[in-house]
Design a protein around this ligand. Sequence first.
Ligand code: T1G
Length: 643
Amino acid sequence: MSIVTIDRDGDIAVVTVNNPPVNALSQALRQGLWDAAEALDVEQGIRAVVLICAGRTFIAGADVSEFGKPPMEPHLPDLVGRIETATKPWIAAIHGSALGGGFEVAMGCRFRVALDSASVGLPEVTLGIVPGASGTVRTPRLAGVEAAVELVTTGRPVKAPRAAQMGLVDAVVSGDLRAEAIAFARTALEKPLPPATSARPIAAPEPGFWEAQETAIARRAKGEVAPLRALASIRRATEVPFAEAMAFERATFLDLRGSDQAAALRHIFFAERAAPRPGHLADVAPLPLRTAAVIGGGTMGAGIAAALRDAGLPVTLIERDAEAVERGLANLRGIYAGAVKRGKLTEAQVEARMSGVTAGSDYSALADVDLVIEAVFEEIGVKRAVFEQLGRVCRPDAVLATNTSYLDPRAIAEGLRNPARFIGLHFFSPANVMKLLEIVPTPDTAPETLATGFALGRMLGKIPVQAGICEGFIGNRILKRYRAEAEAIVRQGTAIAAVDKAMRDYGFAMGPFEAQDLGGLDIAYLQREGARAAGQAVHETLGDILVRAGRKGQKTGGGWYDYLPGDRSPKPSDAVAALLAAHIQPGAALDSAAISARMVGAMADEGRKILDEGIAQRASDIDLVEVHGYGFPRWRGGPMFAA
Ligand code: T1G
């Protein structure tokens, strides 16, 4: 089937786009649509044109893979204009996601009919650019300035019913989209057509609107260039004629297209799509995942159970005894209560989630589950005891996974029956929110078990990254190096607060020291002490000195910083200065840029070692780990990309 075909339903032409996988607007597709407009303009007997797509979605945007190349004709804004000035009205029939250039094409049409399951959006700012084919100029004409600002500066798609309320689509239909769109076209032809989108007026917003939006965006998208530039382009559309506004938008788009932030965000975009389907597992069939169990109802176990329920899997939650079972269920309810408070879930949805959970302390309930994830206390004896029971009770083909973050999975699986079905699945807390999932096979893990880990990652909507076995796998190993570099910078005479500020200025939500105060210094301290007890030579760290002085972080009223009661804002501490004075050579303090260069450089250096040792499959996986697990600013692309 060619990329654009035309057929007729009486006096209505139907233009069908077929450019798998997502009908992206490649040069060939733009040319095909242009030619269709030319042909249909002059075809006798045709009164309207329905534009519909084959496959899973309406046009999902410009072809991101063309971004690195010089733009080729027909340029997308010209194509949108060509459709808008067609002699017969075009009606966009939208299913799946009409995104970016796809929605811009739909706005060039005289009407938009969307399936109730469809969504529309302008995600360009998530790629570090602005819409380049009238998204900032037509959207306010279609739906008003406020809707345009929400759609364009967040990059978040909206579902069809909401889009209809906003004025972005004219009708929401269910059932046969093609038939509904043709019927809509016929009805629309019975009355005068609305003006073309570009001919519609824009109501100016109330005074102070732009300044308020600028402040809100600068706070929400801290450090990102594109959202503010998109706002400026929408504002321009309210102040100058259409053609001038289009020129301004196009100049902005071309300017940002070549920017570092756009390159970084495209890098993450493609890395995220490559990660869940690793090439080396392409022809390995995963095992079925119909039922799951979680051992341990603590923070991690409850979070993992919530993630499994969110994906629709029935869950058996196992704890030591009746009291611990109740605590586990309470933890799970607590997670869902938070989601209801934030408006993410309704009470009814929570009841449905909870009704799919069976909780108890009897392992015999696990006789037929497909997957068990252990999330008990991070101590090898406790974990081994769990797997000894699982090995006895579960089916020999049930996948048994440990959520360990530091222990060696090989040690946990020692003596397990059929170790080929054992794997490490390292979730990040909160497990139902954080997208990163480190998948850690042992040398005995069978390929189909590994493929099942990735299938679980896809099912849970996670970013799964395969990691080899070393202390801390990928993420926690880099975190350890990151913190060591921060301490080295302090030892060489730079203030603790200066390091944190530098990393916040770089784009992290928190610096390394304030983050430790929030999470607790004692966690890493206990790791180090455990390693020392096991005979490893582990140098004393500045963190050790603080923990030994009782300074474990916010929970003890002070760690790297002091905290006033009820006040979580970090205060530089004289006590800390005194405790560490003997370890700090008064040297030239580094400035912000030098600090962040050192810190990111250390992460990249550790990343290169991780690659060389085969712990990570590819550099972009390391970037995904840092962006999705450790707060590395997405628009920097991750340490490997940034360095
Ligand atoms: N261009 C090229 N390839 C794309 C693509 C795109 N826009 N979007 C997805 N793919 C590929 C993806 O790499 C993967 O390939 C396959 O399609 C399935 O993707 C002028 C300039 C549409 C919601 O940002 O949000 O228009 O790995 O796994 O989960 O103003 O893809 O199979 O070989 O994500 O069903 C704006 C980005 C571009 C949309 C489908 N558009 N895509 O999700 O499948 S900028 C976007 C998505 C723009 C104009 C500007 C999602 C999806 P492979 P997938 P999915």
